[in-house]
Design a protein around this ligand. Structure first.
Ligand SMILES: O=C(O)CCC(=O)C(=O)O
Length: 211
């Protein structure tokens, strides 16, 4: 559920060079049921990071490659390290959504081979980072918000400092690439929505071309 104010937002908004917000771009109900199916074979998990801590965000993947982390580092793998199988296939609905969103933000011919699925519970945040485990940076990143609202932070070329804060609601899609492909970005700690206290999580789908 969005608040009334969010209904007045423009459908397409340029946040910074090569960074676009597509508001209320997609009905998320069908996406959630696809996420449920995916997590039956590749469940959400917190991943060990090279510094010995676990990620705060729980994640899984679908598509040809999945983003993984362990004590040796971050990388893309065709295999889910939990069940040793290939990741679930990228649903055609996901692929079409990612392509449509990229095109709406003027990035033609996006062909994602990886979809990272993040789950944030209340209090979970994602620290500032760059997406740089992909082989080339020519293709954009498409990031879909489902569930509770969140504040997406864009730091630009520095890891920290003054951020552009973008409020994201259910059904919003962020797209960035080209000159902004390697921006530092993060997500502030998720808070409860007083208008909809039954909602307890936010899911994010991040589509990338990893290889
Ligand atoms: O949850 C989000 O909106 C962003 C996720 C993200 O930045 C990432 O997975 O690299």
């Amino acid at each position: 559920m969005q608040d009334l104010f969010s209904e007045t937002r423009p459908h397409k908004q340029q946040i910074a060079p090569d960074i676009w917000l597509l508001s209320n771009f997609v009905d998320t109900k069908p996406l959630l049921s696809l996420v449920d199916t995916i997590t039956q074979s590749s469940p959400f998990r917190k991943m060990l990071t090279p510094n010995g801590h676990y990620t705060g965000v729980a994640a899984t993947n679908c598509g040809k490659f999945g983003w993984v982390s362990d004590k040796t580092g971050y990388r893309y793998s065709p295999i889910d390290p939990i069940n040793k199988n290939q990741w679930p296939a990228l649903p055609s609905t996901f692929e079409q959504l990612a392509k449509d969103a990229a095109k709406s933000a003027d990035f033609e011919n996006f062909c994602p081979d990886a979809c990272l699925i993040n789950r944030y519970l209340i209090g979970t945040k994602l620290g500032s980072h760059q997406d740089k485990n992909e082989v080339n940076f020519k293709q954009p990143i498409v990031s879909v918000s489902i569930g509770l609202p969140a504040i997406f932070q864009i730091f630009g070329s520095q890891r920290s400092g003054k951020a552009i804060n973008v409020q994201l609601y259910d059904g919003d899609v962020m797209v960035w690439g080209n000159s902004s492909r390697l921006i530092y970005h993060g997500v502030k700690a998720l808070t409860e929505n007083s208008l909809d206290p039954n909602q307890k999580q936010r899911i994010n789908l991040t589509f990338r071309k990893s290889h």
